[in-house]
Design a protein around this ligand. Sequence first.
Ligand SMILES: Nc1ncnc2c1ncn2[C@@H]1O[C@H](COP(=O)(O)OP(=O)(O)OP(=O)(O)O)[C@@H](O)[C@H]1O
Ligand SMILES: [Mg+2]
Length: 364
Amino acid sequence: MQAFLELDHLTRTFAGTPAVHELSLSVGEHEIVTLLGPSGCGKTTTLRMIAGFETPNSGRIVLDGRDVTQLPPQKRGFGMVFQHYALFPHMSVGANVAFGLETAGLTRAEVDERVTGALELVQLPGAGDRSIGSLSGGQQQRVALARALAPQPKVLLLDEPLSNLDAALREQTRRELRTLVKEIGITTVYVTHDQEEAFDLSDRIAVMREGRLEQLGPAEDLYHGPASEFVATFLGRAGAVTGRVETIDRGRIATCRLAGGAKWKALTPAAGGPPQPGAEVKLLARPEALAFADRADQGTLRGELKDLRFAGSVYVYTVAVEGGELEVQGGADEARLGDVVAVVPRSAPTGIFAFTVRSLGQDP
Ligand SMILES: Nc1ncnc2c1ncn2[C@@H]1O[C@H](COP(=O)(O)OP(=O)(O)OP(=O)(O)O)[C@@H](O)[C@H]1O
Ligand SMILES: [Mg+2]
């Protein structure tokens, strides 16, 4: 996909500490890319640099082939919804939406037309005369979106726009948001720390950690092929055990001997070269990749059932094993607390990942 918005080695430092470090990222036209990461990892700083509210120490921002790094915000063509979406409570809905248009040199009639159009887009037709205070949280969020869309920006920047909504409304609103954004076809950079939200909304996800890009790709690729332990655990649940690599097959599949004796196959990260035989690894396993076994062979790992959690349609069992703790997804009554159980992979290496802790011959 051709880059429509390109971030090229962006760095922003506050008092000597980098909030964003050498971040490079391309967003295709019409694409929704989400910046996903924990609090403080630099998501808002990145979005503010794109919008022009924050100046990078180094790096470039290119929009549609044009370097916009030095342009003021109003000349860049971005529409932004802020983390705290800051509507003017004393102004009407229409005046809020018109706010960004007033400096754009449009006639009164053109402004009115844009406001009406934007409110229709967010499904609040005719709400222009209402006061902000008379709207629900979800409706206010849509007004903020209408305000961002009214100037007809080239790119939409959304910083946790749903964080003020309760869980049920948040889920509904994010589906509507994706439908709307896809209908308009506007290129979008979305920021969230919520993995489910990122999965629901994005074409691709950029996982950030401590100001750096950790991994970029479609949700499935990140979930099934995490580049790091951080990505594996941030994007879903995963238990962990220690082990040692015995052999490597087909370049990426490690057969590992676990601390508890069992032999499991695991995927190793695509980048950086596979671990060498003998390397000490940490195996992370998704709960749905494991099952209880009623057999005993070299694939079974024994442990004690420590905890049991009802997770809606399934149960998740926590099993303490030698060298770690695993989670196993199953049905009701598969085991009781304190039972000694045997755990096996369902279809290894799917959902089991090996990350090198120490290579053979490397000092501890
Ligand atoms: N104006 C500022 N002055 C000093 N430090 C700042 C400033 N803005 C951000 N930071 C620091 O930069 C880092 C990244 O902050 P940022 O707001 O980008 O994180 P975030 O990923 O958006 O987090 P959250 O999910 O909590 O919104 C943090 O350590 C923050 O304290
Ligand atoms: Mg933020």
